[in-house]
Design a protein around this ligand. Structure first.
Ligand code: HOZ
Length: 428
């Protein structure tokens, strides 16, 4: 693959951007080589500066569930920008967005828009503490909830790939109220409740852990968290930055039939624009400023351009709920194909798939926890990744990220993926 122009761009970028990037995982640290600099995307395909074409299975890390440059979304943006970009004042679009979210997502009555998933989680935690009057939060090792101080404890995603699950720069004070349990292990959560009686404000969980690869919840795990929260007067926060509007229109609450008290969303509700939101009941939201004493603010929060893009995408998803069945079928096909190719070429593999999220781990053991994810052979992942890239398949450049299927992936794209994967696994 010719990446000459991308290589030059990376050299230039390194002069002024740390590591040449604005988000660590983009630097390709875990897989080596030069990241292609992307110039455009259409449907499921993207092109780089050297004019290489790829089938994209990252989709801006999830939100492009309809594909790149989806015409109705672009039109909504174009129409809106004609009237200005942001005002820092109320606009009707943010009201429409809140109404739409409340009508789609189970168990929520009010919404506060923010600008990223990180901000949504940071604010939801403050709200949970303010509403309960308690200070401790339980999170799960390997789950990633953005980069606020309190959440950079045993974190997944780029923090894991960079070998910094507990980031430098986070003070002991900021982290000491974050307790960590093991994903899919209810006993580890019970023990924390027992040891911190009356002090836990909330459990925060990715309903499907999708920042340590893809680890779905085992039967009863999410309901078990619900029950523990009810028993101990704690709130259950579903971080739906990845699962929201992806597993089902109503997200993980609908998909798994478990109620959360607070839900956080990220980029997916901006259709590709920078957005986040947290949502909860009217009663809990009464604590947020200007109604209550928990402060949180943002000049660009609910800006009309992001609202227009996100709203249009949500409207399309709402009208076409068969998309979820289609996406799941495509993902199942890919997952089965990976398993068959691995068997044919004698490669140890465990492919986890949940809705449009997939992750192959290079191990023959089941992967249900963070510890299990660490058994994957990272050298094999690296070879697999690079062979796939060479064959025009653009995957997340880390074992500990998900592969995203969108409605724009055609049968041809999927068959190209399967052919490339068969070749990649053959070389291992
Ligand atoms: N796992 C991250 C999104 N949830 C990857 C994106 C990034 O860190 O830039």
């Amino acid at each position: 693959m010719n990446l000459v122009i991308s290589e030059k761009a990376m050299e230039r970028a390194k002069n002024f951007l740390p590591g040449g990037v604005n988000s660590p995982v983009r630097a390709f640290g875990a897989v080596g080589g030069t990241p292609p600099f992307i110039v455009k995307g259409k449907g499921s395909h993207i092109w780089d500066l050297d004019n290489n074409e790829y089938i994209d299975f990252v989709g801006s890390w999830g939100p492009l569930i309809l594909g790149h440059s989806y015409e109705p979304v672009l039109e909504a943006v174009n129409e809106t920008v004609k009237n200005g970009l942001s005002f820092g004042a109320p606009t009707l679009k943010e009201v429409e967005m809140a109404e739409k979210l409340v009508s789609i997502v189970p168990n929520i009555e009010m919404v506060r828009m923010v600008n990223s998933g990180t901000e949504a989680v940071m604010s939801a935690i403050r709200l949970a503490r303010g509403a309960t009057g308690k200070s401790k939060i339980i999170k799960f090792t390997g789950c990633y909830h953005g980069h606020s101080d309190a959440m950079l404890v045993s974190a997944g995603s780029g923090a894991l790939t960079q070998g910094e699950p507990n980031s430098a720069g986070v003070t002991k004070g900021a982290a000491e109220d974050t307790l960590t349990a093991e994903y899919n292990n209810l006993d580890s959560v019970k023990q924390l409740f027992d040891a911190n009686n009356g002090q836990i404000a909330a459990i925060i969980v990715e309903p499907v852990a999708a920042n340590m690869g893809v680890v779905p919840p085992m039967d009863g795990f999410l309901q078990g968290l619900r029950d523990l929260c009810d028993k101990n007067g704690a709130l259950l926060i579903f971080d739906e930055v990845i699962t929201g509007f992806r597993l089902a229109l109503g997200g993980a609450q609908e998909f798994f039939g478990v109620r959360a008290d607070v839900v956080t969303f990220g980029k997916i509700i901006g259709g590709g624009m920078p957005v986040g939101a947290y949502a909860t009941t009217r009663e809990i939201m009464q604590n947020i400023s200007p109604l209550g004493s928990v402060y949180q603010a943002g000049t660009l929060s609910g800006n009309p351009v992001a609202m227009a893009a996100g709203l249009k995408q949500l409207e399309i998803l709402e009208k076409n709920q068969s998309y979820y069945i289609e996406i799941n079928k495509k993902a199942q096909f890919i997952a089965n194909n990976l398993r068959e190719s691995a068997e044919k070429h004698n490669v140890n593999i465990t492919v986890n798939q949940c809705g449009g999220l997939i992750c192959p781990y290079f191990t023959n053991e089941n992967v249900n926890s963070f510890a299990d994810t660490q058994k994957s052979n990272l050298e094999q992942f690296k070879c697999y990744f690079n062979t796939m890239l060479e064959r025009g398949i653009y995957l997340a450049p880390s074992q500990f990220e998900a592969m995203f299927i969108s409605i724009s992936h055609t049968d041809e794209d999927i068959s190209a993926f399967c052919t490339a994967a068969d070749e990649a696994l053959k070389t291992l």
